[in-house]
Design a protein around this ligand. Sequence first.
Ligand code: FES
Length: 107
Amino acid sequence: MAEFKTVCQLSELKEGEGKCVVVAGKIIALFREGDQVRAIDDACPHMGFSLAGGAVEDGIVTCPLHAWRFRLADGSWLSSPRVKVACYPVQIVGEEVQVSPEPENAS
Ligand code: FES
């Protein structure tokens, strides 16, 4: 089982804005939802644009390039839920945001 790595402080994450971090060589986008943090692959499965720069509303991030929309909770593409971006486990320890590089929705 992969270990959790500290990637930032919770206070560095703002509602509605993504943040890119690198964990075990993977570029992961973090999104804050209240006291919870979601972690998904940063690369959009369409053409690889950074999802961290996308607008977030109601738990959905919209890719800035062609507006594909993904649910942060499970990585699913709203237009076809069989297409997913990887989601990663997050734990918050005190103020530290920790991410595991093992996807939790891998098939
Ligand atoms: S690159 Fe994300 S929708 Fe096209």
